[in-house]
Design a protein. Structure first.
Lengths: 889, 120
């Protein structure tokens, strides 16, 4: 391999580099110059733009640039643009426009923006889309990124300054879009994500993965691999001292497979080497002898008589649950109108832009005992810690969360943390496991696919009388929280409506497909797709406008959900009324485009998404510090939703403190309370509620002794630390025979409208606009809130139209059909703020998942409105649409 | 490792369940941890201890149990081992010897500390 000596300038400093022909500019920046602002997501395929830097005045993807060819180049990275103390105007614009959520794409976006604005400081939307077309974002739906580029242009043109748009930090704390606490670090590339942790002397890990979906491991041969350069050692399951099971709900998933693999990409062995490249090369040389078994690709195959049992100690049909309210069969028989349909949803990847990554090392704790430190992408309660302790057979573990590049439910599970932790214990050296994107897809869970057969009935007055649904959930190879997913579907089964008679039956089935777990919404997006399409079908059958049909059938206080739980508040009609004028406008406009090849349609769908699950509990501590500020202690992960803003703004509001006087300790299990996961849209309601309780205790203690500062409180002999708890009022499981019982104690309500254009020749669907009417109670930070709505709608559109995870075929962001700025669409939010009885502070709940719950049925219904065919099998690809049109013809 | 033999029937994966302990109907998670630590009583602890193979709780057991509960209510989580050592004045080996299933599986269960919540 040839090497070449070159000189290049990075951020104004000249470097002499001896580069081999494989060394990329991204590697040079990250690994050798320790400039980790440029990120790596797409396995250096140039697909994501997270590594964008400016070279010789042009935005380039540094992962594609070979250093050996860059002699004389002038490179600017995001670190060279500005610092948190002295940011560039573009960095200010991204922070102030609310364009930064997880922040993993942000450095690349900012550098692409810089290159654009250097040439054209007043670009229009199309010019921005063109300039940023190679930069991916999963969180924002691109709306606020486009806003940020335009705002940066105004700054650069001198029309306004950042101070003109920055909210007054001494003004109101709640209901104001104060910048996120860590946004500027993300904008300047100084926020540390897991792969940015450089531990001196760390071994790099690679994993040997199964090439089979179902097979017995006969033999693992390291003899060739151990001769490879740089190799330090190997691990198999027998080297793990603990249970080797990574448990969320069920102990069926091994950290390393023992005798059998059950899904494509299952981890079989670990290779440790001096460099990642050496580890990966050695992993390829490990020879594993398999006896291939029949693979089960669907629940039907898995439930068939004589099907091979995937786990020896549990049947393939591993969980069932009914739900029975009233007498659905009788109501169906007596109904004036019934619709019947069969819906399917796909396996999908949550697709955070940051791939999996973990770092682990041993250190002495305060007592001189050896503690294992695992750095990962989500603190996710202390459950991760507990699961790791059991799996590794080692109790003295500290979990540290790095800044997280998105997760969307995926990180309720531990994956790479187990590999890294096991290797650090085994090799007794620091380790880094930075898998490729494709590996990350193999080892992480997916959204469960649902198969749903439904009947929905109404009486002659247009009142819904019965709902019958039989649904089967493909669990994939491991159980994870499949039963929880089904319970969530059942607890929200009747959606926004009063349905007096419900008959449901759910089953969960092991297959050899990728395993399912939490994914934004986690169950209800699938069942709500079926319900909302059926509601539109029934409204049409009865000749009633679908919005009026929803108003007519909205649940009312005093009526009960499918769980039998009577509700005391239900502001769903408020959101319906707020959407009405927009809906009328959209129908009028679409009516002009009903003939010809390209036609338009309008569809609406609703969702009432549960917040505050039965038995949920959050604990948050707050401490008054000597400088009269406070520190909040809570394991509240913030992979982009805005939880850090929520905690900061709530504490400042209750205690009347400047925002900068509120500090957060949220990323270290040694210092934080057990708050529960960043899942279920629960953080504002549960953890925010617990924080408000703690802050009120502190405030009351100070008032009681007349203290106005830390010294006063200490002199009065009062504690400085207070712990608040929020517990939901109901607990316990649903009744096993009837599915009746405990339910979520509040809801966020939504009615969403899709306006689409369909090309009848190509089957292509273009989303013209999504309008979301939503009410989750008072909004704490409007920009963060809109960011959730916009990112969720974009994710919902991908779920409806494009995205699908197919084992072996889905390898990267192109094969996944990741949403791009090209497929982004205009969005409008209509926000009403009805306070909830048990909501946080002024009655707030959560919105992070609701935002994609109605999107797919709204889009599918709009497609039906445009072309007269229902696409009931997601995603609604052009091929499916063309086939449906041909069948119709 | 888990002391599975000493426990009563558990809930299904991920499912909480009710059972009667010391005359009280209490909610447990599927791993047999008490759901709500405030439901705990000393009588409950004695029954749970027997289920863990500890016929009688000694003063040393109570020292561990009381510290665990105090720490939990003050800090919102179970103590780490080093905090347990400091809080009880005992060595880890002494504590481990008191609880045949280990600190995590037995001591925390008997003290009525909840399992960290998984997915809701």
């Amino acid at each position: 391999m040839g090497v070449k000596k070159i000189k290049l300038t990075v951020n104004g400093k000249t470097h002499q580099v001896v580069a081999d022909e494989d060394l990329t500019l991204l590697d040079l920046l990250r690994d050798e110059l320790h400039l980790t602002g440029a990120k790596q997501s797409c396995d250096k395929k140039g697909q994501c733009g997270a590594c964008t830097v400016i070279m010789n005045g042009r935005a380039v993807r540094s992962c594609l640039m070979k250093v050996s060819k860059l002699d004389g180049a002038d490179v600017i990275t995001v670190e060279g643009l500005g610092t948190p103390e002295n940011p560039h105007l573009i960095q200010e614009a991204f922070v102030l426009a609310g364009a930064i959520q997880c922040g993993f794409c942000t450095p690349g976006m900012i550098m692409a923006t810089k290159a654009l604005l250097d040439k054209n400081n007043n670009p229009d939307t199309e010019e921005i889309k063109k300039a940023l077309r190679g930069n991916l974002c999963r969180c924002t739906g691109y709306a606020k990124i486009i806003d940020a580029v335009k705002l940066a242009g105004r700054f650069l043109r001198g029309e306004i300054t950042p101070d003109d748009v920055r909210p007054n930090p001494d003004g109101p704390k709640v209901g104001v879009s104060h910048p996120r606490p860590t946004a500027m670090e993300k904008a300047c590339g100084t926020a540390r994500y897991t792969a940015d942790y450089l531990v001196p002397g760390a071994l790099e890990l690679a994993v040997v993965h199964s090439p089979h979906e179902h097979a017995i491991i006969k033999k693992i041969d390291f003899s060739e691999a151990e001769k490879m350069p740089g190799v330090v050692g190997f691990m198999t399951a027998k080297d793990i001292k603990g249970t080797n099971r990574l448990v969320l709900n069920t102990n069926d998933r091994p950290l390393l497979c023992e005798d059998k693999v059950r899904s494509y990409g299952d981890p079989v062995a670990i290779v440790a080497a001096r460099t990642r490249k050496e580890a990966r090369e050695a992993a390829k040389a490990v020879k594993v002898e398999y006896e291939v078994l029949p693979a089960l690709h669907s629940p039907e195959e898995a439930m068939a008589e004589g099907a091979i049992q995937i786990h020896p100690d549990r049947p393939n049909l591993c969980f069932t649950h009914p739900q029975i309210k009233g007498d659905a069969q009788k109501a169906l028989a007596e109904a004036a109108a019934v619709v019947e349909a069969h819906f399917k949803t796909q396996i999908n990847h949550q697709a955070p832009l940051e791939p999996e990554a973990s770092v682990a090392y041993l250190e002495e704790d305060e007592d001189g005992d050896v503690q294992l430190v695992v750095v990962g992408r989500s603190i996710n309660i202390h459950k991760h810690l507990s699961a790791l302790q059991d799996a590794l057979g080692y109790e003295n573990i500290r979990y540290e969360e790095a800044v997280s590049g998105g997760q969307f439910g995926m990180k309720v599970e531990i994956t790479s943390e187990g590999i890294a932790g096991a290797a650090a214990l085994h090799f007794k050296q620091p380790v880094r496991y930075i898998p490729s994107l494709e590996e990350s897809m193999w080892i992480t869970p997916k959204r469960h696919p649902y198969d749903m057969k439904v009947k929905l009935a109404a009486d002659s007055e247009g009142k819904i009388t019965a709902y019958d649904i039989d649904f089967t959930v493909d669990n994939g190879a491991y159980h994870s929280n499949g039963d929880t997913i089904i319970n969530r579907s059942l607890r929200m089964l009747s959606g926004s409506y009063n349905i007096p008679n419900v008959n449901a039956f759910a089953r969960l089935v092991y297959t050899n497909n990728p395993w399912g777990s939490s994914a934004r919404g986690a169950g209800p997006p699938q069942t709500n797709f079926a319900l909302e399409c059926a509601v539109n079908m029934l409204a049409e059958k009865m000749g009633i406008d679908p919005l009026e049909f929803r108003l007519k059938n909205s649940l009312q206080p005093g009526q009960s959900k499918s769980t039998g739980t009577v509700v005391t508040e239900w502001p769903f009609p408020v959101v319906c009324e707020s959407l009405k004028p927009h809906y009328e406008r959209a129908k009028r406009e679409a009516a002009k485009y009903k003939e010809g090849t390209i036609v338009r349609g309008v569809g609406i769908a609703a969702g009432s998404f549960g917040i505050g699950s039965p038995g949920d509990k959050a604990i948050v501590s707050i401490e008054l510090d000597p400088d009269d500020g406070v520190t909040v202690y809570a394991a509240v992960a913030d992979p982009g939703e805005g939880n850090e803003s929520m905690l900061t703004q709530l504490a400042a509001e209750v205690l009347n403190l400047p925002l900068k006087k509120v500090r957060l300790v949220t990323r270290d299990t040694d210092r934080t309370t057990a708050t529960g996961p960043a899942a279920g849209s629960r953080m504002t309601y549960m953890c925010g509620g617990a924080l408000v309780e703690a802050a009120k205790q502190l405030k009351a203690a100070m008032e009681e002794c007349g203290a106005t500062c830390y010294d006063d409180l200490v002199k009065a002999g009062k504690p400085t630390r207070y712990t608040g708890t929020k517990v939901t009022l109901q607990s316990g499981p649903l009744d096993k025979q009837t599915g009746q019982g405990s339910a979520y104690e509040s809801e966020v309500h939504c009615l969403q409208m899709a306006e689409v254009e369909v090309n009848k020749e190509t089957g292509e669907v273009t989303i013209l606009k999504m309008t979301t009417a939503v009410d989750s109670g008072p909004v704490i930070n409007r920009l963060n809130y809109e960011g959730q709505l916009e990112g969720g709608a974009d994710m919902g559109a991908g779920f409806a139209l494009r995205e699908q995870y197919i084992a072996k075929e889905t390898k990267d962001w192109v094969t996944f059909k990741f949403p791009t700025i090209k497929t982004a669409f205009p969005m409008e939010a209509i926000i009403t703020e009805t306070p909830r009885e048990r909501g946080t502070l002024y009655g707030s709940t959560g919105v992070g998942e609701m935002t994609m719950v109605p999107t797919a049925p709204a889009i599918i219904s709009a497609i039906y409105d445009a072309i007269g065919v229902w696409i009931c099998d997601l995603p609604a690809t052009p091929e499916k649409i063309k086939a449906a049109l041909q069948n119709k013809a | 490792m888990n002391n599975q033999n000493s426990k009563t029937a558990k809930g299904e994966p991920g499912q909480s369940y009710y059972r009667s302990v010391a005359g009280l109907t209490l909610l447990f998670d599927n791993e047999d941890y008490l759901w709500e630590p405030a439901d705990w009583t000393e009588d409950v602890a004695r029954v749970l201890a027997q289920e863990c193979g500890i016929p009688e709780l000694t003063e040393k057991h109570w020292r561990v149990i009381r510290f665990m509960r105090e720490f939990y209510f003050a800090n919102g989580r179970a103590p780490l081992n080093r905090q347990l050592k400091q809080g009880t004045g005992m060595t880890l080996m002494e504590i481990e010897a008191l609880f045949p299933g280990g600190i995590k599986q037995d001591a925390r269960r008997i003290a009525g500390l909840p399992n960290p919540k998984a997915c809701l």
